[in-house]
Ligand binder design. Sequence first.
Ligand code: UD1
Length: 423
Amino acid sequence: MDKIIVHGGHTLSGAVKISGSKNSALPILAAALLTREPCVIHCVPDLSDIHYMLQILSHLGAQVERASGTVQIQAENVSTTAPYEIVRKMRASVCVLGPLLGRHKEARVSLPGGCVIGDRPIDLHLKGFRALNAACRVEAGDVKVFAGELKGSTMNLEGRQGPTVLGTGNVLMAATLAEGITVIEGAAAEPEVVDLAQFLIKMGAKIEGAGTRRITVEGVKELHGAEHSVIPDRIEAGTFLVAAALAGREVTLRRVNSEHLNAVTNVLSESGFQLNIQKDTITVKGNGAPRPVDIITEPYPGFPTDMQAQMCALLSRADGQSSVTETVFPQRFMHVSELKRMGADIAIEGATARITGVPKLSGAPVMASDLRASAALVLAGLVAEGTTEVHRVYHIDRGYESIDEKLMGLGAEIQRVKQSAST
Ligand code: UD1
């Protein structure tokens, strides 16, 4: 298990290129299961979650070839059972259910467990499959879905915590090959759902309304191969924006889609940072202490839950009291206790973190608990006095392509140290 050591106090400047989106790439790679023909996907980031997905596809029988950021997948003949040993490593494995059900009318995948950001059910995915005339059962820890015939229908996938991103994608993939018209009300409108829909349309699917809360699908008999470039990762981009706001003089992000980042750039502007926003680049200037802000996480186009931990790190240095309320994953505050060990003043009240800015953070050994929490700790380390050791950084490698190298390219002093499994 590697650890990352951050020596705080170095100013960031220069430019950084943003990688392809992990959360877009995962369901898009799974969507290649919908056809016998080859699919070519570009801008696929080099991340452990992507490796797990490619392992699952290979295990299912697909031919997978990868050359730098391009992946070619041909799923000529595939089985329909994904094994626990691989699936358990990544919750997003669940998104092979939709394409397998669509094409083979059956699929069996280990049921994902909870994780540190909260209980993560898949009831809404199953609700959607049932609405398509599939039966869903849990057997020996696996979820099994099957149908004689998939039939389009109208359903509402909105849950208590709002829409579901992977659930919308999963049902959308199955519906492309269902008979008749499917209407998904309460659909997630995230850019990653739109990207998936665009790939499916290139494969021959008939989809309208992706990016709105109502998606309509007209089922087709079969899909064909297609080529697609994954959109830039808006969460990686947002994380670098916060790094620059915390520790930067002037940092430019290249290969971004600025429109996808409106909620984050609005908050940074409100917090007093100067931003130069172009269609595919954003430059941010650091200017000392951020102004306090109040943030509520919401489904897109609201402020993303995946940027919440990083904002907690930034607002720990604000000049006054801020609040961060989590509505998508109300228990997602594991990073707070670690930030407090670095000197942050944060109190949790229900699903709200009340953050009183402090003039300095101090380096400390800290433990990464999940993907975005670990990014927040690295960011805090950039401005902390002394040295911060972030342990269990395998979390960060799930979602950030070469984050240490990219930050070092901007002037940060960071080392990655190999550790034995017992540490
Ligand atoms: C995706 C993202 C994740 C992001 C999240 C919310 C991927 C690989 N991951 O996760 O980074 O934080 O969207 O933007 O794309 N829920 C249910 N029942 C379900 C499904 C979800 O109650 O069947 C609840 C969840 O517990 C959560 C909320 O709905 O409270 C949103 O979750 P969802 O959008 O499904 O998250 P993921 O798609 O798993």
